[in-house]
Structures are given as C-alpha cells and as structure tokens.
Ligand binder design. Sequence first.
Ligand code: GTP
Ligand code: MG
Length: 197
Amino acid sequence: MKIKTSTFVMSNSDVTKCPNSQLPEYAFIGRSNVGKSSLINMLTGRKNLAKVSGKPGKTRLINHFLINENWHLVDLPGYGYAKVSKQEKKTFQKYITAYFEKRQQLVNTFILIDSRHEPQPIDLEFLEWMGTNAIPFSIVFTKADKLKPQAIDKNIADYKAKLTETWAELPPYFVTSSANKTGRDEILDYIQKINET
Ligand code: GTP
Ligand code: MG
C-alpha cells in the first residue's frame, strides 16, 4: 500500500468520543518505549506524526490518525511503565480496556514486542488477555536493527514456544526496524489485504 495522506485526527481518553466514522481501524500497542510511535512514523513516512521519546510513557492518550482518507491508525499508550502512579496506571488500564472492548471499528491490533528481550510476563499476560477476549491481533517484533539476525530468530522461536503452550495457532507476526524501515511493506500490505476483503 502506498501512503498518500496521513493526518492527525484527535487524542482522547474516552472511547465513546473517538471518531464516530465507520472506517476500519488498526491499533498499535505494547510496553512503554517499545517503539509504537516510531513505527507509526515509519509506516506513514512522516518524521513527527506520532510523538517519539527516549523517555518511556510519552504517549498518554488514544491517538487517531486518518490514513489515505480510508482507514484509521491508532497510537495507544504503553503498558507496564513502572514510573507512573498507581492511580494513573488504573486510569490508563480502564480506558485501554474500554477501547478494546467497545471499539467496533477495530479490525486488528498490532502488539509490539521488543525483539531484544526474552518473553516478558507482562507481554505474555497481555497477549493472553487479547486471546481470551477474542480480539484479533498480530505481533510485531521491534528494533530489529539492534540485534543480529540469529539473535532475533532465537527470541522469536522462544516466543513461539511460549505461546504454543497456550494456543494451538499463532497469530501472524512481523519483524520491524523503524531505523531502517524493515517490515514496512509487509505491515502495509497486510493492512491493505484486510481492507480489501
Ligand atoms: P511510549 O509512547 O512512551 O509508550 O513509547 P513508544 O512505544 O511510542 O516508543 P517510541 O516510538 O517513543 O520510541 C522509544 C525509543 O526507542 C526512542 O528513543 C526511539 O528512537 C527508539 N526506537 C524506536 N524504534 C526503534 C527502532 O526500530 N530501532 C532503534 N534503534 N530505536 C528505536
Ligand atoms: Mg508512544
């Protein structure tokens, strides 16, 4: 898919106030600092569409972007950031959960996982929660430029092994680097295929 236009639509914490169009929607979520906002900029070919920061916890709201006038891309806050207060964590969790449970337009969620790490309990828990609630998702292994290919393969194999303990079938997965655009065509083509069906 070619990205012709990408525009910021709105930010909010209330799923009922998200854009009320019926356009198909694709969300990006994962641990704080995993590279969600960077991936969105890489996919759209825009440097500063989504706000990137070296400090975890940058994205705090549900952010809608309109792509090619025909689908929405959503940047979500990261989970598992230790430095926010307990109260703030609860509030986060509430509106993120509400988003996943209520957002009818949501077609697929990309769950981002840092390819450098072994399976982390918080990611496994989130994957399980999505699976249990039957919310369609794919996995994106990020920051591939930081590892040698063999190391990435090993971490992906470990994840697969962990996931097959729970599920018979694994979701589609992608390997990406926002630094050198790895995985861009694969993700965009995947979205296009779904949009066309
Ligand atoms: P929060 O909004 O805080 O949850 O973070 P996020 O998941 O949106 O991460 P963000 O895109 O802000 O990136 C976090 C840090 O990782 C930044 O310093 C990025 O430059 C860096 N980063 C993101 N993706 C990549 C990548 O593919 N390769 C490398 N080398 N660095 C990356
Ligand atoms: Mg972010």
